[in-house]
Design a protein around this ligand. Structure first.
Ligand code: GDP
Length: 143
């Protein structure tokens, strides 16, 4: 399995509910290394651009409103098969459908407030990492 990088976000509900550490522990226990991280407040324009692929979906306005409702933490995760592994750790989009033991099954309150974002494929991971981080801000482990 090749080493990959993926973009993860602890969404405003995760930050507000003080469960950042719980989320990070799950990444680390799954063998995902946090190689870049930053807390920030998304602007309306940032959130609209980041979720531009969903522009035509009925939930787009609510999604942008929620993602700008408070600070988020963005991080780059690295590891073998990191993109799919992170999706496994996150669980299904709808927490009601997520497997027990996943972040969304254990911690999320609804499909709208589902604690985490994770890139879904190699091309989106590359685009989403570049959306938030310069190459010099990414620090792969040397030991
Ligand atoms: P993800 O990759 O699992 O986060 O899901 P998507 O990229 O498809 O959607 C982005 C976010 O939009 C999700 O995390 C949800 O918060 C929200 N979302 C997706 N599908 C729906 C839906 O059918 N209804 C509602 N209310 N929100 C949705």
């Amino acid at each position: 399995m090749p080493v990959e990088r993926t973009l993860s976000i602890v969404k405003p509900d995760g930050v507000a509910r003080n469960i950042i550490g719980d989320v990070y522990r799950r990444f680390e226990q799954a063998g995902l290394r946090i190689i870049a991280a930053r807390m920030l407040q998304l602007s309306q324009a940032d959130a609209e651009a980041f979720y531009g692929v969903h522009r035509e979906r009925p939930f787009y306005k609510d999604l942008v409103k929620f993602m700008t409702s408070g600070p988020v933490i963005v991080q780059v995760l690295e590891g073998e098969g990191a993109i799919a592994k992170n999706r496994d750790v996150m669980g299904a989009t709808d927490p009601k459908k997520a497997t027990l033991g996943t972040i969304r099954a254990d911690l999320a309150t609804s499909i709208d407030e589902n604690v985490v974002h994770g890139s879904d494929a190699a091309d989106t991971a590359a685009r989403e990492i570049a959306f938030f981080f310069r190459e010099t801000e990414i620090c792969p482990r040397t030991r």
